[in-house]
Design a protein around this ligand. Structure first.
Ligand SMILES: [Zn+2]
Length: 215
């Protein structure tokens, strides 16, 4: 029916370092234009109906150009994905991350920011003009602003520096806010990795990490 490769449950990454290695390999395939498009066959879809065992949780920006399964060359059942504009954290996003760790026993959380991020741009514009957007857009900007402030205080006012700082702050906030996740990190069961994705090149570069990534 299909020659698409399928990752069996036996080969599933089960440690943070294995999960990180698999994601790096997938991103390299995507960058070089040789994706395998794994786990997208009709057979695999049927097998998954009885349960899921994703190996990485993503908390990324909603930007349409930053789709985790595509960028990391993964398929159905591989990634547990939570997205908000500017990857701003709130109680329900944290609850989803805790679900991935506690219920699905996923060993890795990836925070995925990117260049030319509209949410970061909006927060930088609000900082410079002193004018906040209306409606719930204000909530987004308010949650990115601490990252803008931290970056500006260091004299780093370029958008890419602010984007990296926002990833770093989001990684730190997840650990700080969620006791359940912090305990898993302390026990060596889980790692949080922060990445920024370059839209044109396709590369997801490491910003920071809390916990072991095996390198
Ligand atoms: Zn964005």
């Amino acid at each position: 029916m299909s020659d698409q490769p399928s990752t069996s449950a036996v080969n599933r990454p089960s440690t943070p370092a294995q999960a990180w290695a698999e994601l790096q390999a997938g991103n390299e395939r995507f960058i070089s234009g040789s994706p395998l498009h794994p786990n997208q066959s009709v057979e695999h879809r049927g097998e998954l109906a009885s349960g899921q065992k994703p190996f990485a949780t993503f908390f990324g920006c909603s930007d349409s150009r930053v789709a985790a399964e595509v960028i990391f060359d993964q398929g159905l059942g591989d990634l547990f994905v939570v997205r908000t504009a500017g990857h701003v954290l709130g109680p329900t996003a944290l609850g989803s991350l805790e679900f991935g760790a506690s219920v699905l026993e996923i060993p890795l959380i990836v925070v995925l920011g990117h260049d030319s991020c509209g949410a970061v741009k909006a927060a930088m514009a609000a900082m410079e003009s002193g004018e906040m957007p209306s409606g719930y857009l204000r909530d987004l900007v308010e949650r990115v602003t601490p990252s803008v402030v931290a970056s500006y205080r260091r004299g780093e006012e370029r958008a890419d520096a602010v984007e990296a700082e926002h990833v770093r702050q989001t990684v730190g906030l997840i650990q700080e806010r969620s006791r359940a996740l912090a305990e898993r990190i302390d026990a060596g069961q889980m790692t949080i990795v922060g990445l920024t994705y370059a839209l044109s090149e396709g590369r997801a570069g490491l910003v920071n990490h809390i916990g072991d990534i095996g390198q």
